[in-house]
Design a protein around this ligand. Structure first.
Ligand SMILES: [Zn+2]
Length: 309
């Protein structure tokens, strides 16, 4: 059941409209999920409605605020049993497999084999590691500990947000965001900043959940992508429009999967049905299959390549 609201407290980041349709509520998100009446961007309303002015967004985007917010939301995800730190800590091998796949795909899609590459939200530097043989790599990471690990691997990494980093204009050939754009306070402002720091014809690569999927329609509030730190949910149309209206030309978009251990797979299955997830996790442990690799593409994650005009 969709109810229509009129509100001038929450403005659509993509088109500026103030009318939205109410979609659902779930404790897994920080507020009600709504869909913009005009452009159909899905987004989560702020828990306490407050005016979103450019100044407010800038405060939210400041490095210490972003880092504190990230910590709070990841704690919330653990409380809701959506993320298990023990399981996550043992996924290094599979994160490296996924990073290598992203890098090979980048070489194919961009036909570039050298230049300056920036990864926004580089975590502990797995993708920078995969790319550093050919590219001069730089990371941006709001989490202090993750940033320190990236630096310890020998990579240039700025602790904070893309805005605080204040990179010179037109200084990168490629900017990547793997599962980052759905987390930020304003995806459009991030795209504008990427446009500024990319050289003309440079590439932006965005990987993010795709809400226009059978899984969301079937599972609704139990869809695996509903976790507290996700604020925006794109369809192929809204993601392409976000790029196009900020002077990027779409190059290609397709659905992608990732590598994971069977241990992580069954832990994540617990997001749908916790008793089954736990039972199967025990069985897999008993069989000694936790370390087996699963290449999973459910069709609910998309990767887009666009060129800066
Ligand atoms: Zn809109």
């Amino acid at each position: 059941m969709n109810r229509e609201f009129n509100s001038d407290n929450n403005v659509c980041d993509l088109c500026g409209a103030v009318q939205y349709d109410f979609i659902l509520t779930t404790p897994r998100l920080e507020g009600p999920l709504v869909c913009c009446h005009a452009c159909h961007l899905f987004y989560v309303l702020a828990p306490v409605p407050k005016p979103i002015s450019p100044t407010t967004v800038q405060v939210i985007e400041s490095a210490p605020v972003a880092a504190a917010e990230m910590k709070r939301l990841s704690k919330r995800a653990q409380e809701l049993c959506l993320v298990n730190p023990f399981v996550e800590e043992n996924e290094d091998k599979w994160r490296a497999i996924t990073a290598a796949e992203r890098y090979q795909d980048l070489l194919r899609a961009t036909s570039l084999s050298s230049g300056r590459l920036l990864e926004i939200g580089c975590a502990t530097g797995d993708f920078l590691y995969a790319a550093h043989a050919s590219f001069q790599v730089t990371g941006v990471e709001a989490d202090e500990a993750a940033c320190a690990m990236t630096q310890a691997r020998g990579f240039d990494c700025f602790n904070g947000t893309i805005f605080a980093a204040k990179f010179p204009a037109e200084s990168f050939d490629i900017v990547t965001l793997y599962h980052v754009i759905e987390h930020v306070p304003s995806p459009i402002r991030v795209l504008q900043e990427i446009h500024r720091v990319l050289r003309p014809n440079g590439f932006v690569i965005i990987e993010t959940p795709n809400i226009d999927t059978i899984w969301y329609r079937l599972l609704r509030a139990r869809w695996r992508q509903f976790i507290p730190d996700h604020k925006f949910f794109f369809t192929p149309a809204t993601l392409e429009r976000s790029c196009a209206q900020n002077s990027f030309a779409i190059v290609e978009r397709r659905s992608v999967g990732k590598a994971m251990s069977l241990r992580l797979f069954f832990d994540r299955l617990g997001r749908y049905h916790r008793p089954s997830g736990l039972l199967l996790a025990k069985l897999v442990a008993k069989l000694g299959w936790q370390e087996r690799t699963l290449q999973l593409n459910l069709g609910d994650v998309m990767r887009l390549y666009a060129r800066r005009k």
